[in-house]
Design a protein around this ligand. Structure first.
Ligand code: PMP
Length: 393
């Protein structure tokens, strides 16, 4: 290995600052699937940090579909969708998603992060107004920054605060919220926000990365939970890296929006299409989500959520107002969150400590995520271990 030139001082001091504040981020290598049990080095842990909420990432039907589609169409996307990377499995997936959710068109993106950058930067031009929830995902914020839009953020989940900002704006623009908030697990007041957007003649966009597959009728997510449709929610983002158990993302929208995004969404235009094999696996995943097996998985997940919340009632913990698979426990400072996470690990339970800047300062937490892949015994181990660690704290 060749010697690396000395790193710049500003970089070394930024790293040192992170270390001092217990905020250093590191990857962990797993020698196994993520859930229900993960192998780190030689140790086995019951794992509660994956977004594979329905336990589909290792489902035999998805693995088979990935294999079969790769055999027929290849592994790599080969080029962007607009050059020659849009293959039959992509189109089949787009059509199936549009049909499932009741939209005219669906467009695939390679990741959720890129879908949000692409859609927002195309729809919100320089200086145009974008109003978002304070706790929206980083990719939604970054989309508005990339667009050089005039961004304002309303108090979390607070429709009155959103209305105040909308009424103050002289131009109409784009109102954006997460469906399920990724770090808190609560659901946005979508019906009220949709009414607000209609009243003020604003575009309305929801990122339902954490709700699709898990919530609502047929797993149609927050859209179904809030009783919305394409007319009241014209721009819906979904991702495949969570309940779908695969990778990639999509926007469900109208013909006009889709045609416009095809011309102007740069993270759609200038990147390699998602792998066709992944599109095949994702279609297999959608078919499970729509089936009675999908419903059984959602029911199992709901039972785990109810059990977890009931067990936590007797503990001295700050739980979030969440009925979803995301069940964070607020710790406050980063050091405590890391310590508790390490002590759980010593009992064979893995949940990551989430720290600023991913969450606000003073909002460090264990982001516990539950999955249909967990057994009842896994849930008992999680709750017993939390009881042990938090009561002995
Ligand atoms: N939106 C939300 C709400 C998310 O939580 C995430 C990822 N955690 C994304 C978008 C990005 O999706 P992807 O991982 O597919 O880039």
């Amino acid at each position: 290995m060749k010697p690396v030139p000395k790193s710049p001082d500003w970089m070394l001091s930024a790293l040192e600052e992170r270390r001092q504040q217990n905020l250093m981020r590191r990857t962990v290598t797993l020698g196994s699937p993520q859930i229900p049990h993960a192998k780190i080095n030689t140790q086995d842990y019951a794992a509660f940090c994956s977004n594979d909420y329905l336990g589909l990432a290792n489902h035999p039907a998805l693995i088979q579909a990935l294999h079969d589609t790769a055999q027929e169409y290849g592994v790599g996307g080969g080029s962007s969708h607009l050059v020659c990377g849009h293959l039959t499995p992509h189109q089949q997936l787009e059509d199936a998603l549009a049909d499932w959710l009741g939209y005219e068109r669906v467009m695939l993106f390679s990741t959720g992060y890129m879908a949000n950058l692409g859609v927002i930067s195309a729809l919100a031009g320089k200086g145009r107004p974008v109003i978002q929830d304070k706790l929206n995902h980083a990719s939604l914020i970054d989309g508005a920054l990339l667009a050089q839009a005039t961004m304002r953020r309303y108090l979390h989940g607070d429709v009155a605060s959103a209305e105040k900002l909308l009424s103050r704006s002289t131009d109409s623009g784009l109102l954006i919220t997460d469906g399920v908030f990724s770090m808190d697990g609560d659901v946005a007041p979508l019906s009220e926000l949709s009414n607000l957007a209609i009243k003020h003649d604003w575009m309305f966009m929801v990122d339902d990365a954490h709700g699709l597959g898990c919530l609502g009728e047929d797993g149609r997510g927050c859209l179904s939970l809030a009783g919305l449709d394409a007319e009241r929610l014209p721009i819906l983002i979904g991702t495949f890296g969570k309940a779908f158990g695969t990778a990639g993302a999509f926007v469900a929208t109208s013909h006009d929006y889709a045609d416009y995004l095809t011309q102007f969404a740069r993270p759609y235009i200038y990147t390699t299409a998602m792998s066709p094999a992944m599109a095949g696996a994702t279609l297999a995943s959608l078919r499970i989500i729509q089936s009675s097996e999908g419903q059984e998985r959602r029911d199992r997940l709901s039972a785990h959520i109810a059990y977890f919340r009931q067990r936590m009632q007797s503990l001295p913990v700050v739980l979030m107002a969440s009925e979803t698979a995301i069940q964070p426990i607020l710790m406050g400072d980063s050091k405590t969150a890391l310590q508790i996470s390490e002590r759980l690990k010593s009992l064979g339970v893995w949940c990551t400590a989430i720290r600023p800047p991913t969450v606000p300062i003073g909002g460090a937490r264990l982001r516990i995520t539950l999955s249909a892949a967990h057994s009842d015994a896994d849930l008992v181990l999680l709750c017993d271990s939390l009881e042990h660690v938090l009561i002995a704290k």
